[in-house]
Ligand binder design. Structure first.
Ligand SMILES: NC(=O)c1ccc[n+]([C@@H]2O[C@H](COP(=O)([O-])OP(=O)(O)OC[C@H]3O[C@@H](n4cnc5c(N)ncnc54)[C@H](OP(=O)(O)O)[C@@H]3O)[C@@H](O)[C@H]2O)c1
Length: 199
């Protein structure tokens, strides 16, 4: 995967990345846990973002990389509706139900447990990026809100949901406003409103 990407984009630095893998097998009680479904949830929801991180990390800027301002043409700056930060942002889609502190209703064992790992991955990857590139790249996890996609198809009736475009625009706004200082938003999980989802 990495060599194929490098061949396609030999000199390109990754500036904004959002990794999305997520599946849900509903378990309302422990008796409903099925080993193959649970394994699949951990594969897609935990290992998926972990392997994407493994393969994509080398495309993020390090201390010696040229700055984005130096390699961005004025027309690119003018045509972008977003005020892109001067550092790279690597975001992994988590879910509020991956928060242990926020768990008031239980259920969804494999989804909750596998998504909790995404908050841990974001923190651990961010520490790596700090040591490798200081403020040049940050990692965060994100919660998109409850969004009307195939993922929530079974819950569409009678529940207020965001449209995908609305969620995506809000997430991008949060992501582009994320600061890169050691005590700022990096390494944490943020929702579409810009509020922290505590682990
Ligand atoms: N919708 C919500 O309300 C909601 C709430 C909280 C968190 N999330 C999270 O947001 C993310 C996007 O969800 P969505 O609502 O956009 O649902 P979706 O349309 O079902 O998207 C699911 C994503 O997971 C990928 N995926 C599924 N199975 C995979 C597999 N076996 N291997 C690799 N990738 C796989 C899909 O890739 P392809 O497109 O290539 O199939 C797609 O990018 C997920 O991580 C989900 O857990 C969603």
């Amino acid at each position: 995967m990495t060599s194929g990407l490098r061949a396609l984009y030999p000199d390109t630095l990754l500036r904004i990345a959002i990794t999305l893998p997520g599946i849900l097998h509903v378990e309302k009680s422990p008796a409903q846990i099925d080993v193959q479904n649970a394994l699949n949830s951990f594969k897609v929801n935990s290992l998926g973002p972990m392997l994407l991180m493994k393969h994509l990390s080398r495309f993020l800027p390090s201390k010696s990389s040229p700055s984005f301002q130096d390699i961005q043409s004025p027309s690119e700056v003018d045509s972008s509706p977003w005020h892109l930060p001067s550092h790279a942002v690597y975001a992994m889609m988590a879910a509020r139900v991956g928060s242990i502190s926020d768990n008031a209703s239980g259920g969804w064992y494999s989804y909750r447990a596998s998504k909790a790992s995404v908050l841990q991955l974001a923190k651990t990857f961010d520490l790596y990026l700090q040591s490798r590139g200081k403020e040049r790249a940050i990692a965060i996890a994100m919660h998109p809100g409850t969004v009307q996609t195939d993922f929530t198809h079974d819950y569409w009736n009678g529940r207020a949901m965001l449209q995908p475009e609305e969620s995506a625009a809000s997430l991008l706004k949060v992501l582009c406003g994320m600061k890169n200082g050691a005590n700022e938003g990096r390494g944490k999980c943020w929702d579409w409103k810009g509020q922290e989802v505590v682990p």
